[in-house]
Design a protein around this ligand. Structure first.
Ligand SMILES: Cc1cc2nc3c(=O)[nH]c(=O)nc-3n(C[C@H](O)[C@H](O)[C@H](O)COP(=O)(O)OP(=O)(O)OC[C@H]3O[C@@H](n4cnc5c(N)ncnc54)[C@H](O)[C@@H]3O)c2cc1C
Length: 450
């Protein structure tokens, strides 16, 4: 099949970009190395849009949360990832979580069935010299292509760590100790399993984390900084005895029914809590929320089985940490995600230095739309900076400090500030303004077919 656009990488961003082009009548070659001899340290299947760690797209609250607003905007643009996410959705309070296998299968099916998409299982080792191309090879870009990118950009690539949280078989959790509840009873109130800890248990656990044997860092990984939102528990534990209790082990809003008294019939908050969130549609697998770690596997099993309720835990997957490759986008890309020195090449997804499943998808979606617009000879207008997509795009393509550029989740700090609005109502004000401005942008977008 002859094609108009070559997309390299069939992850979240590449799949979304392919969909956005195909539905606008553009023919696409989607090259994915998994299934064609290539692999990454984190992917476990050959499926397109595989989720490599958590099964959550985070908050789905589009009235108070920036990533929830991004969900809203992507749905308005007929995002394939959001569509498949709805089909594969599992309960997760106010968050959007999915059955990862079903989700990946839905994305793959939609692209396989589309007449404008040809999926080719092949590793691409160098940047194409001509033709329109989108590079969406993610944080685990194959080394050969990374070398080619370094050669083309003249920039050295940067690296830091992301982390994988352990997954536990549901039937190995002791529900006489643990209980179902979402923090503050949000969602349907029962989307998380909670394992409580007394002060003594917590202190012993904290010491156990400090003492546990950790994996070695390779030479080239040694001095790389952690991304704050994905910090391993041992790094948090080193920061102070209560850091974990104010982070992933926060007990607030969680009433242990086994501590119910006449005065507190609903129960009391424990000293600390380990939360588990459903990881597959069947409800058989649950992941330990925020428990990414570089502890050795044996040490993880030993220590995590001291957690009340997890004494007999069987682990479907243990925690791990991996490298993350991304380019200095503010320096290298123009406002349309094109490489300044080779504008036939766009970058999309996490390799641009955005962070997260949803953000990577959003940047893939934009890359697809921009490419379709260019092919149609239209004049592209970016979404307004008051919208989540606009704010994210502006950050990546120039608003971030190039000198200290590091991956970033979408957040209201990237939006033009609303100082005049009282702090208490600011989140709603951001989303209200964002939705209106995004709607206006969408209505005025004539350059490309809807
Ligand atoms: C270990 C780890 C854990 C993470 N955990 C989370 C998390 O829990 N939540 C979250 O929101 N984000 C997480 N992230 C960050 C990020 O959101 C995901 O990596 C996300 O999948 C990025 O989407 P992407 O499309 O940019 O890249 P990917 O989804 O990784 O897709 C890139 C694709 O390109 C392919 N590829 C690479 N090189 C080549 C080549 N040369 N030729 C052909 N194909 C190639 C890969 O096989 C892959 O399928 C994590 C990242 C890592 C590395």
């Amino acid at each position: 099949m002859t094609y108009q656009v070559h997309i390299i990488g069939g992850g979240l961003a590449g799949s979304e970009a392919a969909w956005q082009l195909a539905r606008r009548g553009v023919s696409v070659r989607l090259s994915e190395m998994r299934g064609g001899g290539g692999e990454t340290p984190a992917h476990q299947t050959d499926g397109l849009a595989e989720l490599v760690c958590s099964n959550s797209f985070r908050s789905d609250d589009d009235e108070k949360n920036a990533v929830g607003l991004l969900h809203h905007e992507m749905r308005r643009l007929d995002s394939l990832i959001m569509r498949a996410g709805e089909v594969a959705r599992v309960p997760a309070g106010s968050a959007m979580a999915v059955d990862r296998d079903l989700f990946s299968a839905e994305v793959q099916k939609a692209l396989e069935e589309h007449p404008n998409v040809e999926i080719v299982r092949e590793q691409v080792d160098s940047l194409p010299e001509g033709g329109m191309c989108i590079v969406a090879t993610g944080p685990l870009t194959a080394a050969s292509l990374a070398q080619s990118i370094v050669k083309a950009t003249g920039e050295d690539r940067l690296a830091f760590f992301d982390a994988i949280a352990p997954i536990v078989h549901r039937d190995s959790i002791d529900m006489d100790v643990a209980w179902f509840q979402s923090r503050w009873n949000k969602g349907d109130g029962k989307d998380y399993i909670n394992c409580p800890m007394t002060k003594e248990q917590y202190l012993a656990f904290h010491q156990g984390v400090l003492d546990a044997e950790k994996g070695d860092f390779r030479e080239w990984e040694a001095d790389t900084p952690y991304f704050e939102g994905c910090m391993p528990i041992e790094v948090m534990a080193e920061r102070g005895v209560d850091t974990l209790r104010f982070g992933p082990m926060k007990p607030v809003g969680l009433d242990n029914p086994r501590d119910a008294t006449e005065e507190f019939p609903q129960g009391r908050w424990p000293h600390a809590v380990v939360q588990l969130r459903q990881d597959n549609k069947l409800g058989t697998l649950w992941n330990m929320v925020g428990f990414q770690t570089k502890m050795k596997y044996g040490a993880q099993v030993e220590l995590f089985r001291t957690i009340p309720g997890l004494e007999k835990a069987e682990f479907a997957r243990l925690g791990g940490m991996h490298r993350n490759t991304f380019i200095n986008s503010p320096q290298l890309l123009d406002r349309q995600l094109r490489l300044r020195t080779a504008p036939h090449i766009r970058f999309a997804g996490q390799v641009t230095g955005c962070e997260g499943y949803v953000e990577s998808t959003a940047v893939g979606l934009l890359a697809g739309m921009m490419t379709a617009c260019e092919l149609a000879g239209g004049e592209w207008t970016s979404p307004p900076p008051t919208s989540a997509m606009g704010a994210l795009l502006s950050h990546i393509t120039g608003d971030a400090e190039a000198e200290s550029y590091q991956p970033m989740n979408v957040n209201f700090g990237l939006f033009p500030p609303l100082h005049e609005v009282k702090k208490k109502s600011r989140q709603e004000a951001y989303t209200t303004r964002g939705k209106t401005d995004f709607g206006d942008w969408l209505a005025g977008l004539e350059a490309i077919p809807a």
